[in-house]
Design a protein around this ligand. Structure first.
Ligand SMILES: [Zn+2]
Length: 879
């Protein structure tokens, strides 16, 4: 599944969809704040031992929305693996089992709740030549795995739906089977529902039977074996839009009235399907490809075999594109139909073989459809996401058997770093080798489950490449290289001397503990005065420091290290601003420009401002180059930088306008009153008139920093609280900014916006704003604690409960630690338990004085101000 369902990424909302930090010179000290990924005592987890080969699941179930129940029979056809098998185990949780038969004969059975298993005694010992039909009659009111959503007093217009979410181990909550990805079987599902519900499930629709009582039974069948977590059902009042990709039927299922948005979100599916099938040289594997929209879906999407479930929230108005585009989500889930569904990870330890692939193939789609720059930008974002998690959360090997719960593996190491590993494989094997290797891997492992060695071996056998060092370093080892790079030109040797030092820590206990050093070939570009670039490759060895000599008849303008960002590393390249400007201006990959933009934003100065200004003012076709240049100018923060930034406010691409508008916040302090009013008026105009909700949200975020004219900024933000927008991005930003301004008069408005029944997507931001605004006011703090603790415990919306945990951390009331710990014990959903546990941990360390968020913010503000003054002084000095 992709990461979060919030656009555009996974983080704050649990979700992710499929998808923040500084790229180049990261403060190394931050590593000390990392927590362990797997706390001490976390057991190693391996695939459970199998007693049989599961051949077929046949489910005949009635779904009752009113009773929130499922009832019927599950038949598992299976063959024992060893002679003399006397009992078999099915995975099952909280099922009310009525009877069990084996080949029609009543059988003894017992439930082992602690193991989440149903054990069936076979009437006679069985052997591998036997095919047994184990039928379980049962009913259930599942708390997980199968969700019943619909209208209530808070949200009376919410459509009624029932939908399942099997990954990782949740389908056992609604039917008994072998629910672990190390076995594959075919599936039939006969689903009986009331009118007007439709049922969308996996495979082919065999028929719909009308029952005498008015209900209908939808009979679905999938004839190609697949693992159990990919079995899915969506029940809802939905309309179907038909399309086709070659001979493959393609369907989009949405609530009536959403057809235009459905075509906007899903319309590129056929082109993506054909691209993947051609590129992988493996026909689309399943009977058809459906995407069904689910209300309040807990993820962005889930790649159920032939029938992906997508969050309804991915449908968006035209004005919200391109930020809210569904293309990334659609490509991710579709790529899983090969990598994840046709070839499936054997266990959660190797889940990057699902998620790293789906993420990387999404990038490949963008490379194919939108070009090299867009692909480079995606990789840049993956790298930032992974580095943020590595810096602020924890560091772990991509493949590990030690994890607290399966879903905790689904993080930025799995998706983003996993994708970057595949890109490094491509870098090592070359274009031909990459596709040869991918095709060999798909060919050897279709219809099978895989471990990481299968991928490495397939590539090595097909292409001759040697991937051991790469996999040991980046997949089985944790972390990444941190490279300190410098160069000089020696006229007497007519050579460039390039020094590279690997400065990363090499913690004990990891596979590479002996060295923790990385080895791979890196491209280096020498930029001549006329702008021509000579590229050469140097072989980085697993050594602390290395010196390379590169022939150069004259002194290059600059040297560029790994210009296309092929290998994952944090680079500290000590070069003066003039060289970064040369790197920025030379024709070359976007990656090298993004490196230069970031470095120039940190350095500042008139020349940097001029170069960044050219870029921000339409100087590059990529939105990413322009918006990052705008962001860098905002970081420089001087009057000259403001002047250089302003043209970007009118960029035709809303992503650039958003960065520029948000950047105006950097000029909110120490500016003359008249100028302050001009900037606020500019933001006001954007908030009222920009067609993009993301640009309007950018303006609202900037207004939160105008503390020198708080009244004017707050008045605008209060109006913005009334502004509905796609996913409530404007209300969310306005709530955050009112808190940032300390505008206590917003209290009542925010309290209403945080409550059940308010727009769901901005409730979390409103809760956090309440916590911030409570500040040192004891009465307000008390009121905020009462509200937040109630929402954290009992709110019906899981995202609101999570929002309340975060807000409780912000409120910093020591009573919340016990509350959050209790929630971490009692919540059913493992994601929710993890969020509550994390919130309790943060609060404990905050209470111990290790982190005072408000103090930290003030220090950050002062540091920024100091930086700005330094740059301004430098600017005057240099200018
Ligand atoms: Zn995925």
């Amino acid at each position: 599944m992709p990461a979060p369902s919030a656009a555009p990424r996974r983080p704050s909302t649990l979700l992710a969809v499929c998808l923040l930090g500084l790229g180049l010179a990261l403060p190394q000290g931050a590593a000390a704040e990392r927590r362990p990924f797997a706390p001490p005592g976390t057991p190693a987890r391996y695939p459970p031992a199998r007693q049989y080969d599961l051949l077929h699941r046949k489910l005949d179930l009635a779904f009752d929305w009113d009773a929130r129940s499922v009832e019927g029979t599950a038949v598992n056809r299976l063959a024992p693996l060893l002679p003399g098998t006397t009992a078999i185990t099915l995975h099952a949780v909280d099922l009310d089992v009525r009877s069990v038969t084996v080949d029609g004969v009543a059988a003894e059975w017992s439930v082992r709740p602690e193991a989440r298993e149903l054990v069936v005694e076979l009437p006679r010992p069985a052997s591998p030549s036997d095919e047994l039909e184990v039928a379980v009659a049962y009913s259930a009111r599942p708390a997980m795995g199968l969700y019943f959503v619909g209208p209530d007093e808070g949200y009376p217009d919410k459509p009624r739906q029932i939908w399942s979410q099997g990954e990782s181990e949740f389908n056992r909550h609604w039917f008994p089977s072998w629910d672990y990805p190390n076995d594959r079987a075919t599936t039939e599902l006969a689903a009986t529902v009331r009118q007007p519900f439709e049922v969308v499930s996996n495979g082919r629709l065999l028929g719909v039977d009308e029952l005498p009582d008015g209900r209908r039974t939808f009979r679905w069948s999938t004839e190609r074996p697949h693992v159990t977590y990919l079995v899915s059902v969506v029940v809802g009042d939905l309309v179907e839009i038909e399309a086709a990709a070659g001979g493959v039927p393609v369907e989009y299922w949405v609530p009536a009235g959403r057809e235009v948005e459905a075509r906007r979100s899903f319309g590129r599916t056929p082109a993506m399907l054909e691209f993947f099938a051609d590129a992988i040289d493996e026909p689309y594997p399943w009977e058809r490809y459906a995407q069904t929209t689910a209300v309040d879906f807990i993820w962005g999407g889930m790649e159920n075999v032939s029938a992906t479930t997508q969050t309804l929230a991915t449908l968006h108005p035209e004005a919200a594109a391109p930020e809210s585009s569904s293309d990334g989500l659609v490509a991710h889930e579709l790529a899983h139909q090969w990598f994840g569904d046709l070839v499936t990870t054997d266990s959660w330890a190797h889940a990057w073989l699902n998620e790293g692939f789906a993420t990387y193939f999404t990038g490949l789609w963008f490379e194919h459809a939108e070009g090299a720059d867009e692909f480079a930008w995606r990789r840049w974002e993956w790298r930032e996401d992974y580095l943020r998690e590595d810096r602020e959360e924890y560091r772990r090997p991509i493949v590990t058997h030690r994890y607290p719960a399966p879903m905790e593996m689904f993080d930025d190491h799995l998706y983003e770093k996993g994708a970057l590993v595949l890109h490094m494989v491509r870098g090592l094997t070359g274009e031909e080798g990459w596709w040869t290797g991918i095709r060999a891997y798909a060919d050897a492992h279709r219809d099978r489950t895989v471990v990481t060695e299968d991928l490495r071996t397939a590539f090595e056998e097909a292409t001759g490449a040697s991937l051991g060092a790469l996999f040991d370093g980046y997949v089985h080892g944790a972390g990444h290289p941190e490279l300190a790079v410098s160069w000089s030109w020696l006229p007497e040797r007519r050579s460039v001397r390039l020094d590279v030092e690997q400065t990363q820590e090499t913690p004990p206990g990891l596979p590479l503990a002996e060295t923790g050093l990385f080895a791979y070939p890196v491209e280096v570009g020498l930029v001549a005065a006329d702008g021509s670039v000579t590229t050469t490759t140097v072989d980085l060895a697993a050594e602390r420091s290395q010196t390379f000599w590169l022939p150069a008849a004259s002194r290059p303008e600059t040297v560029v290290f790994d210009p296309d960002g092929t290998f994952l590393a944090v680079l500290d390249f000590d070069k003066p601003a003039a060289e970064w400007i040369a790197q920025l201006r030379v024709a070359g990959p976007l990656w090298a420009k993004l490196q230069a933009i970031e470095a120039l934003g940190e350095r500042g100065g008139p020349a940097a401002i001029e170069a960044l200004g050219e870029l921000a003012a339409g100087g590059h076709p990529s939105h990413a180059a322009r918006s990052r240049a705008a962001k860098a100018l905002a970081e420089i923060g001087t009057p000259a930088a403001l002047a250089a930034l302003e043209p970007a406010l009118d960029d035709p691409d809303s992503r650039v306008r958003t960065a520029a508008l948000e950047g105006l916040g950097s000029f909110a302090r120490g500016t003359a009153p008249e100028e302050l009013r001009r900037l606020i008026a500019r933001l006001d105009a954007a908030l009222a008139g920009d067609r993009s909700p993301h640009a309007r949200a950018g303006a609202a975020k900037a207004l939160g920093r105008f503390t020198d004219d708080e009244a004017r900024a707050a008045a605008i933000l209060l109006r913005a609280l009334d502004q509905p927008s796609h996913r409530e991005v404007v209300r969310e930003a306005a709530a955050e900014s009112l808190a940032g301004l300390g505008h206590a008069a917003a209290w009542d408005r925010l309290r209403r916006l945080a409550g059940y029944g308010a727009p769901a997507e901005s409730r979390g931001a409103a809760m956090k704003a309440l916590a911030e605004l409570a500040g040192g006011d004891a009465t307000r703090k008390g009121e905020a604690y009462d509200l937040l603790s109630r929402w954290a415990r009992t709110d019906r919306a899981f995202r609101a409960r999570q929002g309340a945990y975060d807000a409780l951390v912000e409120l910093d009331d020591p009573r919340a630690v016990a509350l959050l710990e209790a929630i971490a014990r009692d919540e059913l959903d493992p994601q929710q338990r993890r969020s509550a546990r994390e919130a309790a941990r943060k609060l404990r360390s905050a209470s111990s004085g290790a982190e005072d968020p408000s103090l930290e913010r003030r220090v950050e503000d002062l540091e920024r101000e100091l930086d700005r003054l330094r740059r301004e002084l430098g600017e005057r000095g240099e200018g």
